[in-house]
Design a protein around this ligand. Structure first.
Ligand SMILES: Nc1ncnc2c1ncn2[C@@H]1O[C@H](COP(=O)(O)OP(=O)(O)O)[C@@H](O)[C@H]1O
Ligand SMILES: [Mg+2]
Length: 300
């Protein structure tokens, strides 16, 4: 393990960070925009988004979650909080970016998408400029933006994938979830040959089961699509996850010692460690994200 990874692990374990480390971890410039997605629904996107956000926040990163799962938006339910405003209020110019962000646990900020993205398409040039100016402030104030999307190959979801700096793709060991994840990779590989996709297997029974699936997905993707996937890690099936969901409290906080919490910590470290390597992704931030999104949506 590299010194950097060791250091991060210590940080997470001690849940304390020195100014020096903060300086090192925080990038100047743009926030890293990460879209979290899956082929099939119910694989754990929302749970992973919320708990990963908290883990990253404990590492000293400033995190915002953007919920754009139009039909099934439920980040707020999982965090046991209610939101006053959504992106719609921002898009309409009725609220500024600070007013539409809700405080979540452990300093994590939350922005509910609502039907904000659709409404963006109705704006004129001046209104769009105003919106982009507002949303770009997130690049200055935050390090990571995690975007929780819906499942599947809809145009909406594909646009969020296309627009993001990097993609975290989640599957479970179920054959249907795996084939659906592969379908997403296939679709991305056609349009976006250089997209960075990191895969997670969730609800695995054993680490071996998870690793076998990760390896298989990487292999078929490389062989049949000539597309390289990165493995981010796995989370085992854990009853504490379901318990925490019922209590509407992130398992990372309610059950800090459960397996899922430990594995989320590993994922957070991997996500960060990977970004230090030669294959690091250039962050284009929220400004870049929304510019690409509007292109993908409107073609304008
Ligand atoms: N590692 C896990 N172990 C056990 N149950 C899990 C795990 N991850 C997710 N779940 C359960 O799976 C269900 C779907 O999770 P959710 O995060 O809402 O998925 P998605 O956002 O992909 O639809 C939830 O009821 C949750 O409790
Ligand atoms: Mg969800």
């Amino acid at each position: 393990m590299s010194d950097q990874a060791e250091k991060l692990r210590n940080i997470v374990n001690n849940m304390r960070i020195s100014d020096k480390t903060l300086e090192q971890t925080k990038k100047t410039g743009s926030a890293r925009v990460i879209t979290i997605t899956s082929g099939k629904g119910g694989v754990g996107k929302t749970n992973i988004t919320v708990n990963l956000a908290i883990a990253l926040s404990k590492m000293g990163l400033r995190v915002v979650i953007l919920d754009v799962d139009f039909g099934l938006a439920n980040i707020d339910v999982l965090m046991g909080m209610s939101t006053k405003y959504t992106m719609v209020d921002l898009v309409r110019g009725e609220r500024n970016i600070f007013e539409v962000l809700t405080d979540g646990p452990n300093n994590v900020k939350f922005l509910s998408g609502g039907s904000g993205v659709e409404e963006l398409l109705q704006l004129d040039r001046r209104q769009l400029g105003n919106f982009i100016n507002n949303i770009s402030l997130l690049d200055k104030l935050y390090d990571v933006i995690l975007i929780d999307t819906g499942a599947g190959l809809s145009r909406n979801v594909m646009s969020f994938i296309h627009a993001a700096d990097e993609v975290v793709l989640i599957t479970t060991p179920e054959p249907t979830a795996i084939t659906d994840a592969y379908a997403v990779v296939k679709m991305i590989s056609r349009k976006d040959r250089h997209k960075v996709i990191k895969i997670i297997v969730n609800k695995a029974e054993t680490p071996k089961e998870a690793y076998d699936i990760l390896s298989k997905l990487m292999l078929v993707s490389e062989r049949f699509l000539a597309f390289k996937l990165q493995k981010l890690g796995y989370i085992l099936y854990d009853d504490y996850v379901t318990k925490a969901v019922k209590q509407q409290k992130p398992f990372y906080l309610s059950y800090p010692k459960c397996h899922a919490t430990q594995q989320i910590t590993e994922l957070a470290v991997n996500l960060f460690e990977g970004s230090k390597g030669s294959d690091s992704v250039a962050s284009r931030g929220m400004k870049g994200f929304f510019s690409r999104l509007l292109n993908a949506f409107g073609g304008s």
